[in-house]
Ligand binder design. Sequence first.
Ligand code: AMP
Length: 363
Amino acid sequence: MKIGILGAGQLGRMLGLAGYPLDLDFVFLDPATEACAAPLGEHIYAPYDDEHALAEFCRQIDVATYEFENVPARTAEFVAARVPLLPAPVALTVGQDRLSEKTLFDSLKIPVPRYMPVATREALDVAVRVIGLPAVLKTRRLGYDGKGQAVLRTAQDLDAAWARLGQQPLILEAFVPFERELSCLAVRGKRGGLAFYPVVENVHRDGILRVATPRADDPLQAEAEDYARRVVEHLGYVGVLAFEFFVAGGHLLANEIAPRVHNSGHWTIEGAECSQFENHLRAITGLPLGSTAMRGPSAMVNYIGRAPADAAVAAIAGVHIHHYGKTPKPQRKVGHATVTANTESELSGRLSRLQALVLAAEQ
Ligand code: AMP
């Protein structure tokens, strides 16, 4: 069976790596010169609006999916008119706009931080009066890894934030003094079946995910599953969906969804019975889903900017190294490592050693 993937970044690469043992072949479409999934299949090097290239992509494949949530809606519709595209394009449309996401959460009675859309400088003043400070001003579209955001702490911050972000539609959110950040990965099969991985505790710095640790028996597991189930069922979703939350006052507030496999699920490659990548492929090809159970304690650390030396990392027991084949660049995710262990205390020792190496290498 041939799978078409829109996007050929590291998520596509890891989908390809998971798909080979299942005898799946891959065609990637991505305009980037550095498409790190390209060695895992055929790479059609073309912009997302190149209909000739998209038609060729569709001719070659049995089912399409995406690993990049900013695939233009028209591209998704073009593909979906020719081959099954899973998850369906509606998930992309919702996930691409923070306002549509928040509106969806509201309609499904999922709690969110206070928010208001902001289209003009005057509207920003009004929103700040309603929501109060501190607050976070975000672009509605195309933000990722903390890009396209400004934290407003005092009234003096408004002009600079507006000058930087004001050329596009924005949303103002209350700043959440969160206790933790959690994500919940759900997977729903083409022939039914819905499963959830254990929730993951995520630590970000500069808006970029640094460390992700799955939590067995987290008190918020049931709440996270309930909210994720509402979204997945509402969208008729097939595949892996990631749902990011803030924990405030011991409860969840929805931040955003990503209609794809997710960085906070990379630990599942070694830490779960069936990885998020294999489960996404199982879901879209109609296979029964694999178990989402943890094999034991694990944690994932992102390589940001530059990878630490393999010789030092590989000396840590229980470590698994993943390079993405990307050129080092500040703030870029160039790889990750997952550590597994038999006990929480063993994990914490291994994780500290790994984090020290990763931090020292970063640029
Ligand atoms: P996002 O792109 O919305 O996931 O934001 C990236 C990171 O910025 C989040 O994971 C949080 O660490 C932080 N952040 C975003 N929105 C808020 C908020 N409303 N309150 C507090 N921190 C936030």
